[in-house]
Design a protein around this ligand. Structure first.
Ligand SMILES: Cc1cc2nc3c(=O)[nH]c(=O)nc-3n(C[C@H](O)[C@H](O)[C@H](O)COP(=O)(O)OP(=O)(O)OC[C@H]3O[C@@H](n4cnc5c(N)ncnc54)[C@H](O)[C@@H]3O)c2cc1C
Length: 215
């Protein structure tokens, strides 16, 4: 999984909103501004946080994760079309030629997320998932079936990529829910990476959540 912060708004936007609300002057992120932000968060006056947003590029996550991620409605998403990925599979002769466990491993890791399975079951996972990829290849390249039919064969572990734009208020909600140990391991890993790529001066917006970044 790879997470990149493509773009983000300045913290000053939160301060500007806060200062409009309070009819007072900013001190350029000095003690007074920092105190005001912390106070507004404490009071639950969180609309000021909606003016500041981030755009993330997220690669190498599963469709299983995707369906949990997009339940977070207060965000914008653009996801890679499966049609394009299926076109790549249709041309990938490594899938057709794979015959040994080492080949299966390569093609599975190319297209699917591999969960942290116990060693004794990992081999079976590689074999089963590789057979699934071989079927997808056959349906596309030999039977010439349309992508929108073949996509029904895709496993939940199939990798995708997306761009997500989310404001601070919604990201706080996301991080609170998904950094929890109760969350799916993969979305927890994503939440952790998103948190880690945030600009350092934005930490003040998340301090009260007491988020744990321990793996
Ligand atoms: C550990 C865990 C287990 C889960 N298990 C399941 C499960 O088994 N089944 C399942 O279906 N989902 C499950 N979910 C998903 C969960 O129910 C939420 O859909 C998901 O976390 C998105 O959260 P959200 O609605 O707060 O986020 P957003 O959709 O981003 O909403 C943000 C906030 O906006 C407000 N809001 C948004 N829309 C509305 C609305 N229509 N009405 C009122 N307020 C609104 C709410 O305050 C909400 O918290 C699980 C989530 C977690 C973290």
């Amino acid at each position: 999984m790879n997470v990149e912060l493509l773009d983000y708004d300045s913290l000053q936007k939160v301060v500007n909103a806060a200062r409009i609300s309070h009819g007072s002057e900013s001190d350029d992120m000095g003690t007074r501004d920092r105190k005001l932000i912390a106070k507004l968060i404490e009071l639950g006056h969180e609309s000021v946080l909606e003016h500041c947003a981030y755009s993330f590029k997220i690669e190498g996550v599963s469709r299983a994760l995707l369906q949990e991620l997009v339940r977070h409605r207060i965000a914008s998403y653009t996801v890679r079309s499966t049609r394009f990925t299926l076109k790549e599979i249709a041309k990938d002769e490594d899938i057709k030629n794979a015959g040994a466990l080492s080949d299966y491993r390569i093609i599975v890791e190319r297209y699917c997320v591999v969960p942290d399975l116990p060693e004794e079951t990992l081999k079976e996972y590689y074999i089963n998932t590789a057979m699934n990829l071989k079927n997808i290849y056959k349906f596309l390249s030999e039977y010439k079936l349309r992508n929108d039919l073949v996509k029904y064969l895709l496993p939940e572990s199939f990798k995708t990529e997306l761009m997500m734009t989310v404001n601070v208020r919604s990201l706080r909600n996301f991080l609170r829910l998904r950094l929890s140990r109760k969350a799916l391991w993969e979305i927890r890993e994503l939440a952790l990476k998103m948190f880690e790529v945030l600009p350092k001066d934005h930490q003040i917006l998340y301090e009260d959540l007491g988020l744990s970044t321990e793996p």
